[in-house]
Design a protein. Structure first.
Length: 341
């Protein structure tokens, strides 16, 4: 039997490209520090030889895994897709690999995934929202794994965050709703238990009602998982109540799309008979009919800045700064003044 060929080494690449091993390392780790012609020659040698860097050696030398973990609540819809893509793109630019897990909105599953990512040597973790057991943060601190929270901005918390004010953004939308003449307001919220983003959005609606002289206790509220079907069934329940709301504010665009679908199936005209609003401004908000009035969250900017800040913490260049991302109100056809009320 023939001898199994050995894997190509850094020396092999350097010899093939006619450069030093240090130049090969710079091409792989800091390509912007190498002139274009040399970089092309080295990368052609890497490609032709089929060279793969010794990751284990890099980890031992740097005492880091160059891996970042992210745990998101769901992969079932596009709520987190934009932000996570930008987060990964920025990590890749800085030489890090992303490991993603989904907790399905389960605190217990999230806890298991945090421990698994720590066990695999993740240099840092991205988590969504602040609300979880304090013991989890203590566990991460004990293992010296930095954590950054996204999709929520809470500078008063110990953990740094790169996100936005869920309460403030929903309050601004609710002000617009009330100023359009709506007094019978209903809301389809995400499940509030363990979800500070959902809690803050409900609080934002109630704040707006209070500031406009309405009783916040009069808000008709239904909690539902972030699914189109659940949004549809919640809307059906709201339409069976008296007095029927003139507007249904939804905790996100997915729930709002379900509400729109149910309205259409029941022959309820939007916005002539009832207005519907969303939150997030994912692609779905523009393609449903009528297009949704919603809150635009700059997910890509948030994801990119979250990656930059988390890497800075991991590399000891930052102690953890919280960054507030601005949201904007997007007015489309699903919101109008209530008719005849």
């Amino acid at each position: 039997m023939g001898k199994t060929p050995s894997a190509p080494t850094l020396n092999d690449v350097a010899k093939a490209a006619g450069v030093s091993t240090a130049t090969v390392s710079r091409c792989l780790n800091s390509p912007d520090r190498v002139i274009e012609t040399t970089r092309q020659r080295v990368m052609q040698a890497v490609e032709s030889l089929g060279y793969t860097p010794n990751f284990a050696a890099r980890v031992m030398a740097a005492k880091r895994s160059f891996t970042i973990g992210a745990i998101i609540p769901t992969m079932d819809n596009a709520i987190f897709a934009r932000g996570l893509q930008a987060f990964q793109d920025q990590l890749r630019e800085d030489g890090y690999t992303l490991l993603v897990s989904s907790s399905a909105y389960s605190p217990e599953v999230e806890k298991e995934q945090i421990r698994a990512l720590v066990a695999r040597g993740a240099d840092g973790l991205l988590l969504i929202g602040h609300e979880r057991e304090e013991q989890i943060y203590q566990y991460l601190e004990k293992h010296r794994v930095p954590v950054l929270v996204a999709w929520s901005y809470a500078p008063e918390r110990l953990q740094p965050s790169v996100g936005f004010s869920n309460k403030g953004a929903m309050r601004d939308l609710a002000h617009t709703v009330v100023d359009a003449g709506h007094r019978h307001i209903a809301m389809i919220s995400g499940i509030l238990q363990g979800n500070d983003r959902a809690q803050n959005r409900v609080s934002g609606v109630r704040d707006a009602m209070r500031s406009r002289g309405l009783d916040p206790a009069a808000l008709t509220l239904i909690e539902a998982p972030y699914e189109i079907e659940k949004g549809a069934s919640a809307f059906a329940e709201l339409m069976s109540r008296a007095p029927r709301p003139t507007v249904v504010m939804c905790g996100n665009d997915v729930l709002a799309a379900g509400a729109l679908r149910e309205a259409r199936s029941r022959g309820i005209a939007v916005p002539d008979d009832v207005s519907i609003t969303g939150f997030d401004d994912i692609e779905l908000a523009e393609i449903v009919s009528p297009a949704l009035t919603t809150v635009h969250v700059p997910h890509r900017e948030m994801g990119r800045k979250a990656a930059q800040e988390l890497i800075a913490i991991v590399e000891g260049r930052s102690e953890g700064q919280s960054v507030c991302i601005s949201t904007t109100l997007v007015t489309r056809q699903s919101l109008a003044r209530p008719s005849g009320r």
